[in-house]
Write a protein that binds this ligand. Structure first.
Ligand SMILES: [Zn+2]
Ligand SMILES: [Zn+2]
Length: 343
């Protein structure tokens, strides 16, 4: 094994630098992973643009990655060596009630995250806690597992809001997480799945993946959405995270509609019309992800119930990372999900 490796490190500017790093021995409870694929997520762009709370340079981003276990620290089960793995990014204290339930993302002492607060997977190697990794089924590729958040967070959202058979589900936003939630809603046996968006390529894909209808937000006024919907949805998921989209959700909701807030706001939301929340007795929930759901995500992928390959639209080598970032910034509609693919 090499002594050093290449990593993409953020130094506080809007790009990353490729730097050599020395491989260190994994400590107790840690695993050294040779990274095979790593996702480039919207969160990474927030982070590199300096807009992510608690994130300080220098840092190797990459909270979504998969790879092969190449070395183990003390107190790690020896059978992990050589396995193909994916990794949850959240690091908790390990002692609070939520961490003891496996919900490190809700650590009462403030969760930290690989690739956000601690060096992550935009590198040839990464060291991770053994408790964060999960084994990939033989028929799930590194690329599929490297897609990260869009495998886990949509599952958490659909579970939290309680999507049920027969529901009409309205998804606001045509991003990759929405395209996964279309499939999850179908699996739950919902009556109708409708996607509100504006990027044609993604809207077409939404239909291929199971959406009954798509509504182009560029062509309609909010009052027209309500007419186009025909009935008020039981479930609305705002996968954009802007005041405008949350207001759409509140206005389009019926009495007792369940709204799930999923999109990450880039700034505080001003101008929310919360009267609807009161007068329709709307249930408002939120989620970011759930480490406990990785085995479910892997089983769904392995069984062919979830399709992620059609979403993996762009691949870049580690040395091309800044090209990849520029590409995503310039063509947000063209790129559905981009990956770094290592040799
Ligand atoms: Zn904790
Ligand atoms: Zn992510």
């Amino acid at each position: 094994m090499a002594d050093s490796y290449l990593a993409a490190e953020w130094h506080g500017t809007r790009s990353v630098d490729l730097v050599p790093k020395t491989i260190r021995e994994p400590q107790a409870g840690e695993i050294l992973v040779k990274v095979k694929a790593a996702g480039i997520c919207g969160t990474d762009l927030h982070l590199i643009d300096g807009g992510y709370p608690g994130c300080r340079p220098p840092l190797v981003p990459g909270h979504e990655f998969s790879g092969q276990v190449v070395a183990l620290g003390p107190q790690v089960e020896p059978s992990w060596l050589g396995r193909r793995i994916g990794c949850d990014s959240y690091l908790g204290c390990g002692r609070c009630i939520n961490c003891l339930q496996g919900k490190h993302h809700l650590c009462r002492y403030g969760p930290r995250e690989l690739g956000v607060h601690v060096d992550g997977g935009w590198a040839e190697y990464v060291i991770v806690p053994a408790e964060n990794v999960f084994q990939l089924p033989d028929n799930v590729s590194f690329e599929e597992a490297g897609a990260g958040c869009i495998l886990n967070c949509p599952l958490a959202a659909v579970e939290k809001i309680g999507v049920q058979a027969g529901d009409t589900v309205l998804l606001i936003g045509d991003g990759p997480s929405s395209l996964m939630m279309v499939q999850l809603a179908r699996l739950a046996g919902v009556g109708e799945v409708i996607v509100l968006g504006h990027r044609e390529k993604r809207m077409r894909l939404a239909k291929t993946l199971g959406a009954d209808r798509t509504i182009d937000t560029r062509a309609w006024e909010i009052r027209s959405f309500a007419v186009a919907l025909r009935k008020r949805p039981e479930v609305i998921i705002d996968a954009v995270g802007k005041a405008e989209t949350l207001n759409w959700a509140l206005e389009l909701a019926g009495v007792g509609t369940r709204i799930h807030f999923f999109g990450l706001p880039a700034a505080p939301l001003n101008g929310l019309d919360l009267q609807h929340l009161l007068f329709k007795e709307i249930l408002l929930t939120s989620s970011t992800g759930n480490p406990l759901l990785w085995p479910t995500a892997m089983r769904y992928l392995s069984a062919g119930l979830l399709r992620i390959k059609p979403l993996l639209s762009h691949r870049f080598r580690l040395t091309e990372i800044n090209t990849g970032l520029a590409c995503i910034r310039q063509n947000p509609g063209e790129i559905i999900k981009a990956l770094l693919v290592m040799d």
